[in-house]
Design a protein around this ligand. Structure first.
Ligand code: SF4
Ligand code: SF4
Length: 88
């Protein structure tokens, strides 16, 4: 699928452990990335400082769903499941 314009759910719902300019410790799940612009584009999309994990996150219907709200819910659930697995 094509990445939805003005979505940015993956830049909010995911946790990122690698440094992001402005967020040197990365970011927790559910917190919007400081590089996320008001129109939900990435301010450092073409920069080498953009975390590799961001470039590796590809839009997929099973994760992105039909809407931003869908994606926030699905990615949030995946994050909580990952944490649950990591803590067992
Ligand atoms: S959640 Fe999916 S559709 Fe939304 S911005 Fe991320 S990759 Fe694009
Ligand atoms: S660096 Fe860009 S692509 Fe990565 S989470 Fe932040 S806004 Fe999204």
């Amino acid at each position: 699928m094509e990445c939805r314009s003005e979505c940015g759910a993956c830049c909010t719902a995911t946790s990122i452990s690698s440094p992001i300019p402005g967020m040197p410790q990365g970011k927790p799940a559910g917190v919007p990335c400081v590089q996320l612009l008001p129109d939900m584009r990435c301010a450092i999309f073409a920069s080498p400082e953009r975390p590799a994990v961001c470039a590796g996150f590809l839009p997929e219907a099973s994760v992105c769903g039909q809407s931003r709200a869908d994606a926030l819910r699905i990615i949030g659930w995946l994050e909580s499941e990952t944490l649950a697995v990591a803590s067992t």
